[in-house]
Write a protein that binds this ligand. Sequence first.
Ligand SMILES: [Zn+2]
Length: 234
Amino acid sequence: MKNIVLILLISLTSACTSAPKGKGKSKSEGSVKKGKLVNGRRFSRKKDNYKYFSFLSYILFNRAWVHSKVLNITLDAYKDCKVKYPKRKFLIMECSNKKGGKMWPHRTHQNGTSIDFGSPLLKNKQPFTRDHNYGLRHYAMKFDANGKLLRNPKIEIDFEMMAQHILALEIAARKRNMFVKKVLLKINLKNDLFKTKSGKLLKKKNIYFAKYLQPIVDNMHDDHYHIDFGFVKN
Ligand SMILES: [Zn+2]
């Protein structure tokens, strides 16, 4: 018991440090469906305008790991968002295990190139971030086809902000010889996204959104959007 408390205390202390963890040259092997991660980086638990959504996922399951380039792309995009929207806060959800591999219940997330991002929300048209404290329950939030939260329609997805964020990720990725390879968003929410000002730009840039998702997968992708990053082949 003492040991467990000690481990938790050490983890807590290291989780509070602001620098990302990990060293060496990162390597994403195999695919997001069957792969592994070598020398990944772990996001800080909380910094500037973003945080990782769950203490349990971060400390106990240790799922905040990505390829170093993916980490830097994500941080660059948040910096960009901070300049444009200094008051907005963003949410990172599950990434990969420290060494990649299977990560229940996700079918992908295996090689450090996948990230789930919490959908930016509004309440009465004002930024809303109470969901940033929901922890793992965040995945259970349910929205209707217009992006309104089922149990409280005053809370809705901010599709313009979501589009801005994906654009910022794509721009940051291209600078690092990577790109936004695939976005998973609930099929009936894609129109809401594409009809925003920045959503139209997303479409123009030809960023690939999954066209069909099995119902069980589709239903998961409303409170968050999943992104796989790809490496540009020279
Ligand atoms: Zn995912």
